[in-house]
Design a protein around this ligand. Structure first.
Ligand code: NDP
Length: 432
């Protein structure tokens, strides 16, 4: 904290991990003696660069670009790019740190990284987004590569942005390689990648519910966000017989008292992905918009926070528990504040930390890299089956490392399981 006093999100992420890891580290002092903790919290490399571009009015705009290459002990750096005005070094170091443990949990050979820019794609024309992406990649391309660092999407970076960045990389590097994941199907993308994080989150929650003899069938599910993760988490909940009662965005919550219908889910998809509109525009026919509200005051059995960090605080957690919520699975990264996590754990709520429950996205990104390397394409069924298997095995790893007195602490389980593989690889590779 003294070295980086202005990085609260990064401190929060490290504190969450070290608090639950500490008894394990004391019982296994060789990790402490080898300085693994000091090393694992320090990025191997971080680059920061100017991204100049010209807007539609002909005016020069300047944004700040970043790539944090956190840890390459078990594979090339891997992690998304975020375009959002709130992006800074603290947010990206927190995300890259979490990503390192998450990627380890998937059991695939991927190190951890994260990047992005403080650019806001909202309200920009397609041409502006393309010029920004091209300028961003003009610098980033020299720091990444199929065997070095393989970025993907995150908030504000979807299929359109990945396409523009891939095109620019290909032009500059003069090669067609697996340097980005989340690519379109026509140029090397994997089936199920858009669905993977949302589906994976629901598969993970399903495993947790099974431990209590429950399922999604007939359950009321509150979802925050209305982007990539929220959309496909909702899809899978509906497929499993659950009732989705909310979507949200930074302006407020859209509440469906009797659940979103099939058509209303399609409308959310069209609004967010094609029209790039705001969720309030769908108000009407059973859908009520609550300006400035998050979904956590709605009575639900299961909550899936799928928007952004620190969007579910202690007060929200109390309200959820008071309303009978039994399961919270994070689709977003660190959406739950530390005190709220503590309350859920004390209360015996089934609580899944994002590094476990949202690992499906990066897992399928890993599968996209495998398909690219083999130059073949797996079917939707094959990828979905592998994704499902990976989420089940992450769940099992969390149970193995997090169970005591018949209760599973998924936070502790995920942190230990993710840490051990990275730390052992670092030990084997010496002081680097
Ligand atoms: P999208 O950009 O597709 O959607 C983000 C959603 O969250 C939008 O509804 C957005 O609303 C909302 N949101 C973003 N910032 C805020 C904010 N500060 N306050 C309130 N709402 C906000 O992103 P994704 O769905 O891809 O990502 C969502 C979360 O999931 C992030 O935490 C991301 O890191 C995490 N994640 C994503 C993965 C993926 O594969 N995409 C993989 C693993 C984790 P608005 O439009 O108003 O900004």
């Amino acid at each position: 904290k003294q070295r980086d006093p202005d990085q609260p999100e990064f401190h929060q992420a490290v504190e969450e991990v070290l608090r639950s890891l500490w008894p394990f580290l004391e019982a296994n002092p060789h990790y402490l003696e080898a300085g693994i903790v000091e090393r694992i919290v320090e990025p191997e490399r971080a680059v920061l660069f100017r991204v100049p571009w010209v807007d539609d009015a002909g005016k020069v705009q300047v944004n700040r670009g970043f790539r944090v290459q956190m840890n390459s002990a078990i594979g090339p750096y891997k992690g998304g790019l975020r375009f959002h005005p709130s992006v800074n070094l603290s947010v990206l170091k927190f995300l890259a740190f979490e990503q390192t443990l998450k990627n380890s949990l998937t059991s695939l050979p991927m190190g951890g990284g994260k990047g992005g820019a403080d650019f806001d794609p909202k309200g920009k024309s397609d041409a502006e987004v393309m010029r920004f992406c091209q300028s961003f990649m003009s610098e980033l391309y020299r720091h990444i590569g199929a065997d070095l660092d393989v970025p993907a999407g995150d908030i504000g970076v979807g299929g359109r942005e990945i396409g523009y960045m891939f095109g620019q990389y290909k032009r500059l590097a003069n090669e067609f390689s697996s340097v980005l994941t989340g690519k379109g199907l026509s140029y090397g993308g994997s089936l199920i990648r858009p669905e993977a994080t949302g589906y994976g989150c629901v598969y993970f929650a399903e495993e947790m519910l099974k431990t209590r003899g429950r399922s999604f069938d007939g359950q009321r599910v509150a979802i925050s966000g209305s982007g990539n993760v929220a959309q496909y988490a909702a899809r899978k909940v509906m497929d499993l017989g659950g009732t989705v009662i909310s979507f949200s965005d930074s302006e407020g919550t859209l509440h469906a008292e009797s659940g979103f219908s099939e058509q209303q889910w399609q409308d959310v998809m069209a609004l967010k992905n094609q029209q790039r509109g705001r969720i309030r525009e769908l108000e009407g026919s059973g859908l009520r918009f609550q300006a400035g509200q998050r979904p956590w005051s709605l009575a639900c059995d299961i909550a899936l926070p799928c928007a952004t960090q620190n969007e579910l605080n202690l007060e929200d957690a109390r309200t959820l528990l008071g309303n009978g919520c039994v399961c919270v699975a994070e689709g977003a990264n660190m959406p739950t504040t530390l005190d709220a996590v503590d309350l859920f754990i004390e209360h015996g709520t089934l609580f899944a930390p994002g590094k476990a429950s949202n690992a499906g996205g990066v897992a399928v990104s890993g599968l996209e890299m495998s398909q690219n390397a083999m130059r073949l394409h797996w079917s939707e069924g094959e990828v979905d089956e592998k994704l499902h298997g990976i989420m089940q095995s992450i769940h099992n790893a969390c149970v193995r490392h997090g169970e005591s007195d018949g209760q599973v602490n998924y936070v502790k389980g995920a942190n230990i399981a993710g840490f051990v593989k990275v730390a052992d690889a670092m030990l084997a590779q010496g002081v680097v």
